[in-house]
Design a binder for this molecule. Structure first.
Ligand code: SAM
Length: 367
């Protein structure tokens, strides 16, 4: 049952469309994308420490790469997960860095109870501003977003390779890719309203409080109906952490429509490799804390049939904080009968428009 709730942020009172308990009823759930903001709390950290698909890949990589080496854990969080794992499997020493003060203090308390604490140095700050010596041989950084680069992994790991890693040092994860396919938003939420999950409201409020004004946050869709995908999927963002790592990138791809229906945007999801030769984590079909992200392109749903093609340009460029990317999408739907429909979206990391697209006007209704 849909209802309207209010959140107050910096003098603005916002009305928000809310779905009280989508998770409990086993339906799709809509959240703002949270990972790219400094608003982590114990609940969000727990969603990661209990993510077996993710954790078994990071563990396998560390047990192969860490023994006898110096390791660096960027974004260690409150649990010091990967630096502890690294020294437990035989790393000589580990440096762990965390930027959120509260998480850092919890990590310090956890470290004092850890039996191998003498082999770990914990630092407060942003890895891009921190200095330490000697350099590490292996850098582990779980700063991967549901849109792969959204948490700043390209800029942070380019800096880490430059300043924190020995020449020839290795980064874990090895590769992250964002995939995209054409969808209609309402098909992702069959027989239910499109509204923010009630549990997500404190996070929506924290993002707006952090930024100072409301803006069109990225839309995180948990457990979408997979039958909603109307095209094949294609890679739109590629991050090769041990290869050529670009902070700005632009990809144009042609998504062939495979099923009849309507589309108004794209659904994106993460593929992640911690080691080069493993089966990647796939956030569309595996149970993991990474969810899909819906990006609106067209003002109204457009009918499609097999044979139509959605030509999509997906660009990432550094935002004014020099770390997190802004995303810019442009799309042309070429229909088999020769028509063209144009759509676009600016999805900055922070700021930008508020209530620009119809979906945001319905999620944040005015009086
Ligand atoms: C997705 S969480 C991962 C937490 C933990 N490492 C894990 O894997 O469960 C990302 C963490 O990295 C921190 N972080 C992100 N970028 C950072 C940076 N450049 N320097 C230090 N900490 C960073 C965030 O504050 C957050 O605690």
């Amino acid at each position: 049952m849909l209802n309207i709730q209010e959140i107050k942020t910096h003098g603005h009172t916002l009305r928000v469309c809310v779905d009280p308990e989508p998770e409990r009823e086993g339906r799709s759930a809509l959240w703002p994308s949270v990972g790219e903001y400094p608003i982590y709390d114990p609940f969000l950290y727990t969603t990661m420490t209990t993510d077996d698909e993710r954790n078994e890949r990071f563990r396998a990589a560390l047990s192969q790469l860490a023994p006898g080496r110096r390791i660096l854990d960027i974004g260690t969080g409150q649990d010091l997960l990967w630096v502890r794992e690294g020294v437990q499997v035989g790393a000589r020493h580990g440096v762990a860095i965390e930027v959120i003060e509260d998480a850092f203090h919890k990590a310090a308390a956890n470290l004092s109870a850890f039996d191998l604490q003498d082999r770990i140095t914990l630092l407060l700050g942003e890895s891009t501003n921190v200095q330490f010596a000697p350099r590490a041989d292996v850098c582990v950084a779980e700063i991967i977003g549901s849109l792969a680069g959204a948490e700043g992994a390209a800029a942070v790991l380019a800096d880490a390779r430059n300043r924190h890693l020995e020449p020839g040092g290795v980064v874990v994860p090895h590769r992250a890719v964002t995939q995209a396919a054409a969808v209609r938003l309402s098909d992702l939420f069959p027989e239910q309203p499109v509204a923010f999950a009630e549990a997500s409201l404190p996070y929506l409020q924290s993002i707006f409080d952090w930024h100072g004004t409301p803006f069109d946050v990225r839309l995180r869709v948990e457990s979408p109906s997979a039958s909603a995908l109307l095209s094949e999927g294609a890679s739109v963002e590629v991050l090769d952490f041990n290869g050529e790592l670009r902070t700005d990138q632009r990809t144009t791809t042609r998504l062939a429509i495979t099923r009849p229906g309507y589309i108004d945007g794209v659904l994106t999801w993460l593929n992640l490799w911690c080691l080069p030769d493993e089966e990647p984590l796939d956030a569309l079909c595996m149970k993991t804390n990474w969810a899909t992200i819906y990006l609106p392109l067209f003002e109204c749903p457009v009918p499609v049939v097999p044979g139509d093609v959605l030509e999509l340009t997906f660009a990432a460029s550094l935002s004014d904080d020099g770390v997190h990317p802004d995303y810019q999408l442009t799309a042309t739907l070429h229909t088999a009968d020769g028509q063209e429909h144009h759509g676009s979206l600016a999805s900055p990391h922070h700021g930008g428009a508020f209530r620009a697209h119809p979906i945001y006007r319905s999620l944040f209704p005015t009086g």
